[in-house]
Design a protein around this ligand. Structure first.
Ligand SMILES: [Zn+2]
Length: 203
């Protein structure tokens, strides 16, 4: 009768084991590894913030030579304050990097890929760029007109003309409506307008 169930783990025999170890059958995804690495770094930033801003008793086992084998641990309320500060700082930083990406010429469709909203866009029957813009400006994928009285915008600096741009998102595809504030001689904006004219000529 054939054996069923998982193969039992075997301990390699040190006399016969070679360097060519068999490939592990399971590898964490890149997303999982990214998450756990970020998590490990954040744990240490939480401790830094608690040491800086809280009472010294807010960390147990900290810098105690007799307790070096124990992980330092922040008191929960102090840890929440520190983690909240990190989360708010990360949200601000994310918007700054998104603004830089738009300033450098990356489209909302490009951003949809790195923001991982393509599947959600498909489910909401939106263009991926639209979904990315909605998520960045409102925190929701779906059409902001259902929630907000005003159209949301994102402000960033154009790396080509140096002007502050008000980005209305890819809902209205005309470049002049989508990005307002480029210099009249901005090469990037002129190229977008020419591309738009060339495309609409074929309609
Ligand atoms: Zn410009």
């Amino acid at each position: 009768m054939p054996e069923t169930g998982p193969t039992p783990a075997t301990v390699p025999d040190p006399d016969t084991a070679t360097d060519a170890a068999p490939a592990p059958s399971w590898q964490p995804s890149e997303g999982t590894r990214r998450h756990f690495m970020a998590r490990a770094h954040l744990d240490s930033i939480v401790l830094h913030l608690v040491r800086e801003f809280e009472d010294p008793t807010a960390i147990t086992n900290d810098l105690d030579l007799d307790q070096l084998w124990r992980r330092p641990e922040a008191e929960p309320l102090a840890a929440i304050r520190a983690t909240l500060a990190i989360r708010n700082a990360a949200a601000t930083l994310l918007h700054e990097h998104i603004g830089r990406a738009r300033g450098a010429g990356h489209t909302w469709a490009d951003l949809a890929v790195v923001l991982d909203v393509e599947k959600a866009a498909d489910e909401a029957r939106l263009l991926v760029g639209e979904a990315a813009f909605n998520w960045v400006t409102t925190g929701h994928i779906d059409d902001p007109r259902q929630r907000w009285r005003d159209y949301p915008t994102l402000r960033w600096t154009c790396a080509t003309c140096g002007q502050r741009i008000t980005d209305h998102g890819p809902v209205d595809p005309h470049p002049g409506d989508m990005e307002r504030g480029h210099a009249s001689d901005c090469e990037r904006h002129r190229a977008a307008l020419s591309a738009w004219d060339a495309e609409t000529e074929t309609w």
